[in-house]
Design a protein around this ligand. Structure first.
Ligand code: F0G
Length: 460
């Protein structure tokens, strides 16, 4: 008898406790959306049926994680929960200094406050919105250097998340003195959840070495990235994901992390690095805003949940299911003729709203219009990643973002295949009537990170 695999890749768990979802009518949803100023962030979550706004902190914890929570030790300093957390982190990311933080952006805020300032430039394959905002908040400039394929939604490339190494080299030859560090986001969230190859990390490392610059990973989805390396990059097919992560971490000098993504926790993050001087400055800032460095804004029980989640995040059966479940949604939408970013990313399917709604000008926010339509049609909440999110410059002017996407992010271990089948039906129905959708205009907005709080009205 051979151990021949089955075609169906099942959820490698059974459901342990359930949370009811509430069905609403189209009229209720239309009213809720108008009251929310056409901003899906302003909706009460109970009015959402399938919530694909984010995969951040929205996953289901395992029985072992809930059990670990009971072991949480809440000592202000030196809690055993911190040491268990640090052990789990350094077993994958062998950095000398590990500073817990309440979530990823807190780690970013500390790092960039310590390392950046006016006149500086931080290159990244593509900054996530909070990363960009934290860089810009110090007066520095955040520069995205994705490979050209990364900006073409329909271009098939196994590692569309890669950084353009030649562009990095050019930037460093011109402005090395202004660059405090280089960052790689794995997977590249804003670029479509696309992975970065180990070869690219190695090439970036070489350039950093030549210019004497530290390399930091924004490692929120590094387990999914490592899975893609395992299945797509020559030479990695027999390697364990944990091992691939260690290899990548070994090429870097530090990292920021949101434990709300791949580490399968509902809250948490950390900052890690090898440089002792930088770590000392970061620790002082951490105490100012997050807390003592052995809890960093988290309860001991949260540290325990993260430690256990990290062990589960690198399990191959889990990752195979995870990546397949995203692909399942993407393939069905592609079959239905919906323009989607290909290949599919690790945590989300990205719909190309600009291609789907060519009659809506980017400055009338096709991504926002599509996200609103998906909610009104079927109570599905996605997230615009486009001109609303990235179009407002620090000087207050507005331009079209490189792409107008709607991200359907899949929370980890949370929805079943029939939930996803329902989403496919909703998106397909909206796509069939795409020509009838119209754009939006902004009624009010803040000066930064406007997508969270801006209010809109139908255009025209
Ligand atoms: N870096 C990346 C690549 C992210 O995707 C996020 C968060 C962060 C940093 C910040 O981490 O939320 O813990 O403060 N992304 C979420 C999302 C919010 O929906 O993609 P955080």
């Amino acid at each position: 008898m051979t151990d021949e695999p089955f075609r169906t890749i099942i959820e490698p768990f059974r459901i342990h406790s359930v949370e009811p979802v509430r069905l609403t009518t189209r009229a209720q949803r239309a009213a809720a959306l108008a009251a929310a100023g056409y901003n899906l962030f302003a909706l009460p979550a109970e009015d959402v049926l399938i919530d694909l706004l984010t995969d951040s902190g929205t996953g289901a914890m395992s029985a072992e994680q809930w059990a670990a929570i009971q072991r949480g030790n809440e000592a202000y300093a030196g809690a055993p929960s911190f040491y268990r957390f640090r052990e789990a982190v350094t077993s994958l990311f062998p950095f000398t200094h590990v500073l817990p933080a309440h979530q990823g952006r807190a780690a970013e805020k500390i790092l960039f406050t310590a390392a950046c300032g006016p006149g500086m430039v931080v290159p990244n394959n593509t900054h996530f919105d909070t990363t960009r905002a934290n860089v810009e908040f110090t007066g520095a400039r955040a520069v995205d250097l994705p490979v050209p394929e990364g900006l073409r939604p329909a271009a098939r490339h196994p590692f569309k998340g890669n950084m353009d190494v030649a562009a990095l080299e050019r930037l460093l030859s011109e402005r090395a003195g202004d660059v405090p560090l280089v960052m790689l986001t794995v997977t590249n969230n804003s670029g479509g959840g696309q992975p970065v190859s180990m070869a690219n990390v190695r090439a970036v490392r070489e350039v950093c070495d030549r210019f004497g610059k530290p390399l930091f990973l924004d490692a929120c989805r590094i387990a999914e990235n490592a899975w893609f390396i395992r299945v797509r990059e020559p030479g990695y097919q027999d390697r364990a994901v944990a091992d691939i992560i260690r290899e990548m971490a070994g090429l870097a000098d530090g990292m920021t992390m949101s434990a709300k993504k791949d580490p399968l926790a509902n809250i948490g993050g950390w900052l890690a690095m090898n440089d002792g001087d930088l770590a000392m400055r970061c620790r002082n800032l951490e105490i100012l805003t997050e807390g003592f460095p052995t809890y960093g804004g988290l309860a001991g029980r949260d540290l325990e949940a993260i430690a256990q989640g990290l062990r589960e995040a690198v399990d191959h059966d889990y990752l195979r299911y995870r990546v397949r479940s995203v692909e399942y949604l993407g393939e069905a939408l592609e079959r239905a003729g919906v323009p989607v970013v290909v290949p599919f990313g690790g945590h989300a399917v990205f719909i190309d709203a600009r291609a789907m709604l060519p009659h809506i000008d980017p400055l009338a926010y096709p991504g926002q219009a599509l996200a609103c339509a998906l909610y009104t049609e079927g109570g599905v909440r996605g997230c615009e990643i486009g001109t609303v999110m990235f179009g407002l410059r620090p000087d207050g002017t507005e331009t079209a973002a490189p792409m107008d996407l709607v991200r359907l992010a899949i929370p980890r271990r949370t929805y079943t295949q029939s939930h996803i089948d329902y989403v496919i039906e909703v998106v397909t129905r909206v796509a069939e009537r795409a020509g009838r959708l119209s754009g939006l205009r902004i009624v009010s907005q803040p000066g930064q990170l406007r997508h969270f709080t801006a209010r809109f009205a139908p255009a025209g």
